[in-house]
Design a protein around this ligand. Structure first.
Ligand SMILES: Cc1cc2nc3c(=O)[nH]c(=O)nc-3n(C[C@H](O)[C@H](O)[C@H](O)COP(=O)(O)OP(=O)(O)OC[C@H]3O[C@@H](n4cnc5c(N)ncnc54)[C@H](O)[C@@H]3O)c2cc1C
Length: 408
């Protein structure tokens, strides 16, 4: 019979959620092994192409959000800048225009007077439709909801969540000078400095009850004994496959998607262009920052809500051309069709509180983390908030197992 491991925490997945769990559990003094099917980073990877460094589409860190706080707690440094809004333009009725700053400012102030709590249980679409018959305010609300959440399906989205995101957006966001890879590297440094080890290119295939603890089986057939396990493998479908028993979740597959065109330009590109009445985004993420060779720039173009890949690619190229980008400026180009921004859009009834929790009923010592887990945060904020919670619980469960082992 396999010897039960009394202390080790095994983490499945080295995205932001898994790495946060790893750093947290390791700093609590537990031995930690991270198992990653590919390379570390998941959707927070930054890839290099012809000297340009691309996040997986546009990524921004919410200032003062859960991820911001956890990075500070873990001592993970990050350097970034606010989006370059000077010179920003909008597209409406297919035409490029300057931002009507005074008019937009007063409309935004009107939007922000609403109380999120008073819209609990209703959809974001109901709220937007209540804003009046003129196009201005509803179009602006839809645009701001897209920019702050990536969501286009307002009927399937809670109004109070949309309103809270608009209010939280006043704190602003940071475009990271070295990309989201700097978070991946920083979290892994914190975890490895506390003794965690990582095994990349080794997928887990299942978690089962072992003698007095848990066992994580790898695709190679190797079995890792564990006192506690954190499943941070990106999606609810993968978690469901790995879990020792059916978690009994309802159908959770309501992904929020985007199609992205990442561009490396030989010269500078000014600012930001946002679609008011179409779900399009374009922004220069560098300079400032270290993502482009000297004199060059990195621009992310995105369509919120992916459709047919050919249609989306043509739309992204049209939008880049409308923003003034010409083919001869482009040195590096990457198209990401149907990219999953987050796997679960919570419905209007339950809101974020309806997402599965970090603990798994019936499987004590097995925990979940990811951007679809737990009641707080959105995207990376949710991934890291649930990762921190899961890491603390896993460390506590491992300690409990060490001091009061369950019978084998
Ligand atoms: C286009 C786009 C734009 C985005 N913009 C933003 C933004 O502006 N701000 C923001 O905060 N967030 C943004 N996000 C979301 C953010 O990237 C994710 O919320 C976050 O990276 C998710 O982290 P995660 O650890 O939950 O999952 P993932 O990053 O998906 O990590 C899961 C990891 O588990 C591994 N894995 C899967 N199965 C197994 C297995 N069986 N065994 C071992 N390993 C396994 C995977 O290889 C992967 O590395 C964006 C995402 C996209 C796609």
């Amino acid at each position: 019979m396999r010897e039960h491991d009394t202390e080790t925490v095994v983490i499945i997945g080295a995205g932001l959620a898994g790495l946060t769990a790893a750093a947290t559990a390791a700093r609590e003094g537990r031995p930690v092994i991270v198992v990653e099917a590919h390379a570390a980073g998941g959707r927070a990877r930054t890839d290099e192409l012809s000297g340009y460094r691309f996040n997986q589409g546009p990524h921004a860190l919410c200032r003062g959000g859960e991820a911001w706080r956890i990075l500070r707690d873990l001592g993970v440094p990050h350097r970034g800048h606010r989006p370059p809004l000077r010179g920003a333009r909008v597209v409406r009725d297919g035409k490029l225009a300057g931002v009507p700053v005074a008019k937009m400012g007063s409309l935004v102030r009107r939007l922000l007077t609403v109380s999120a709590a008073s819209w609990a249980g209703r959809s974001a679409e109901e709220w937007v439709e209540s804003l009046g018959r003129s196009r201005d305010l509803p179009d602006l609300a839809r645009m701001l909801i897209r920019v702050t959440t990536y969501v286009t399906d307002l009927r399937g989205m809670p109004a109070d969540f949309a309103i809270s995101r608009l209010k939280a957006a006043r704190r602003g966001v940071s475009y990271l000078d070295q990309g989201f890879a700097s978070l991946v590297e920083g979290l892994w440094s914190a975890a490895s400095a506390a003794g965690a080890t990582m095994r990349t290119r080794q997928a887990a295939t299942g978690v089962s009850g072992g003698p007095g603890g848990w066992e994580v089986t790898l695709a190679s057939g190797e079995v890792l004994p564990a006192a506690a396990v954190v499943i941070a493998a990106g999606s609810p479908a993968t978690a469901r496959e790995l879990l020792p028993a059916d978690p009994g979740w309802p159908e959770l597959s309501r992904p929020v998607t985007a199609a992205c065109l990442d561009l490396g330009l030989r010269g500078p590109h000014p600012s930001v262009v946002i679609g008011v009445d179409e779900p399009m985004y374009l922004a220069c993420h560098c300079p400032p920052g270290d993502l482009a060779p000297a004199g060059g720039s990195v621009v992310h173009v995105m369509r919120y809500g992916a459709r047919d890949a050919g249609l989306d690619r043509a739309d992204l190229e049209r939008f880049a051309a409308l923003a003034g980008i010409t083919d001869d400026q482009i040195v590096a180009k990457r198209f990401l069709p149907v990219h999953v921004v987050t796997h679960v859009l919570p419905g209007p009834d339950a809101g974020l509180a309806g997402r599965p929790g970090v603990t798994v009923p019936g499987s004590p010592g097995v925990y979940l983390a990811g951007d679809w887990v737990g009641p707080s945060g959105w995207l990376s904020d949710a991934a890291m908030a649930s990762g921190q919670h899961a890491g603390l619980l896993a460390a506590g469960a491992a300690e409990q197992e060490r001091t009061h082992p369950r019978a084998a």
